[in-house]
Design a protein. Structure first.
Length: 215
């Protein structure tokens, strides 16, 4: 387990950003980045882990078959999603392929930061609680929105049915539980301006905590 922020450790404070599907994590992360906080996006890392030519994609094809590839030989994410969201065992198999690769990249990101220049950094990890990674971070921020808002956003964004959207939500820990376990919560159900205001205020509070850490 990573030391909490009261411990004397010379390194940037490690912060995880998580939430549920379509709760605005990407926007929140971009706002922290715009305010000067180094960030890394595990969704991007997950896509890179199964890009054409990678051993990750080879492992996916070995487990799920060539039918999950498109005509160019790249991963057809919609086909794969239809499989893994309908089958918990298939979803676990995919996670066992992707997550170790993503975790290694995130760890390398934090290790690369100069503590004299950066007092804190943020990793966006959607399944943080589901895979037990919250123990590896000093603080956790949850981006949250009501489930009905999540469903509406998923159907509009991913062009899926309401039933498919609810199936995707059910594959994750309920957002209410993530909110309960968070150190900080950003409510993204309102306007972007309101979300941005919350990001700025939470960053102010975290920077105060970081400044109190022993060198």
């Amino acid at each position: 387990m990573a030391p909490r922020d009261s411990d004397s450790v010379r390194r940037p404070m490690r912060i995880a950003l998580t939430g549920g599907i379509a709760t605005g994590k990407s926007h929140v992360r971009s706002q922290f980045e715009a305010l000067g906080v180094p960030t890394i996006d595990s969704d991007t890392l997950a896509r890179d882990a199964v890009a054409p030519g990678t051993d990750g994609l080879a492992a996916v094809v070995q487990r799920f078959g060539a039918g999950v590839l498109d005509a160019s030989g790249a991963l057809d994410r919609r086909k794969l999603a239809s499989i893994v969201f309908a089958d918990p065992d298939a979803r676990l198999a995919l996670e066992q392929i992707v997550h170790p690769r993503v975790r290694a990249e995130i760890d390398a990101f934090f290790e690369s930061l100069d503590p004299d220049k950066h007092r804190l950094a943020i990793a966006d990890i959607p399944l943080l609680y589901e895979v037990g990674r919250d123990r590896d971070f000093d603080l956790v921020i949850v981006a949250a929105a009501p489930p009905d808002v999540q469903v509406e956003r998923v159907t509009r964004r991913d062009h899926v049915t309401v039933a498919e959207a609810r199936q995707r939500l059910s594959a994750q820990m309920p957002i209410e539980e993530k909110v309960r376990r968070a150190d900080y919560v950003i409510d993204t159900a309102g306007s972007m301006a309101d979300t941005n205001r919350q990001v700025a205020e939470i960053l102010r509070q975290i920077e105060e905590r970081a400044s109190r850490r022993s060198p």
